[in-house]
Ligand binder design. Structure first.
Ligand SMILES: Cc1ncc(COP(=O)(O)O)c(C=O)c1O
Length: 369
């Protein structure tokens, strides 16, 4: 890279003028632009943050033995896969991992320079490539949100450091074929990184992980943020292929990436409980169903997702910013335009079911006034 790199405007900062307009309505803004949990985490988890006694010492970069064991047990009990704790590593929230991993993979494979990801997806996959001075490459997705593996040219595969898949998908809520992605990666010698942070909110069929296809050549990434309403404490983990894990665990140790000890203690408690997750699933589903009805008030027919807690709504005349503006000005609802999730996302609007029902009723009453 010879040119100086300037960070682009952070996508959500571009919503500030519309947030102001929505906030000026009586009752204020109903902010559904970000998947930011607003429901409470379990009290035992919050108590563990204060009671861990882990403040004094440096935490280990890979995560505490108890945390790694809890993650391993959760993978077995919830997703039916057998991954030893030694093949689990803690991360400081998964965004940190997503944004950083291309740079580390490039150290491992200096002749490769390309990061591939679904053409409609979480923007940090592309940003991770840019932060590492690599080439971001959007892979087309089909109507169900699956990456079209046949569309990847051999010349791109041979340059690829990794292929990201994300199921349930943000923003479109699709469920990908993780077995097919894993097989493609093995056939082409490309690690497949599977972002599974919405796995607990799978609505169609069972929760699924790429690790069910075997650990060879794949890494699954999991977050406590959405599952347990812990986005503020920053905790997640990654697990999979022994050789890749060995490399990443060591590199991250040198980089000083450590999840704080109290956070590891709290996350250990959270991973050991499914009751609060069932409650959260109920909340998100109820809100998705109501949000769909609220959008129908402005003539928008948004399908319920296969997974995740977003509606991916087709904008009238394909004008995503137009629909975002209308929802903000008339309904006080802040959503995000599809272009935030890639060029191929234009024409849709993403709405996160993160506000309680009474706030959605407020939007409904404004839209019908
Ligand atoms: C697809 C996807 N991956 C990763 C993340 C990051 O989550 P966290 O850093 O809180 O673990 C998000 C957050 O919205 C996301 O939507």
């Amino acid at each position: 890279m010879t040119e100086r790199w300037e960070p682009p405007p952070y996508p959500y900062d571009r919503l500030a003028p519309l947030r102001e307009k929505a906030a000026s309505l009586p009752g204020g803004v109903v902010d559904l632009s970000i998947g930011d949990p607003t429901d409470p985490p379990p009290p035992a988890v919050v108590a563990a943050l204060a009671a861990s006694g882990a403040e004094r010492s440096y935490p280990t970069s890979v995560g505490s033995p108890a945390f790694r064991a809890a993650a391993s047990s959760w993978l077995a009990s919830r997703l039916g896969v057998d991954v030893p704790p030694s093949l689990v590593g803690a991360c400081v929230g998964t965004k940190e991992f997503v944004a950083g991993v291309p740079g580390w993979l490039r150290l491992r494979e200096p002749t490769r320079d390309t990061v591939m990801f679904p053409a409609v997806s979480y923007p940090t996959y592309a940003m991770g490539a840019l932060l590492a001075g690599c080439r971001p490459l959007a892979v087309p997705v089909d109507a169900s949100g699956r990456v079209v593996l046949d569309a990847i040219a051999a010349s791109d595969a041979s340059r690829a450091l990794c292929l990201w898949v994300n199921t349930p998908g943000n923003p479109a809520g699709g469920l990908d074929d993780l077995d097919a992605a894993a097989q493609w990666g093995r056939a082409h010698g490309v690690p497949v990184l599977s972002d599974e942070c919405y796995v607990e909110f799978t609505w169609e069929g069972p929760a699924r992980t790429i690790l069910a296809s075997g650990l060879d050549g794949v890494i699954a990434v999991h977050s406590l943020s959405k599952r347990s309403n812990l986005a503020g404490v920053r905790s997640g983990f990654y697990a999979g292929d022994p050789e890749l894990m060995g490399f990443l665990l060591e590199v991250r140790k040198h980089a000083g990436l450590m999840t704080p000890g109290p956070v590891l203690a709290a996350a250990t408690v959270a991973l050991s409980d499914q009751v609060h997750v069932a409650e959260q699933r109920r909340r998100y589903w109820e809100r998705l169903v109501r949000l769909r009805e609220v959008l129908a008030l402005v003539g928008v027919d948004a399908p319920l997702p296969g997974g995740g807690f977003y509606l991916w709504a087709p904008a009238p005349d394909g004008d995503d910013w137009g629909l975002v503006e209308r929802l903000a000005v008339q309904g006080g609802l802040l959503a995000s335009p599809g272009e935030f999730y890639g060029e191929a996302g234009r024409g849709h609007v993403r709405i996160a079911a993160v506000a309680p029902l009474e706030r959605l009723e407020l939007v409904a009453s404004r839209l019908t006034a």
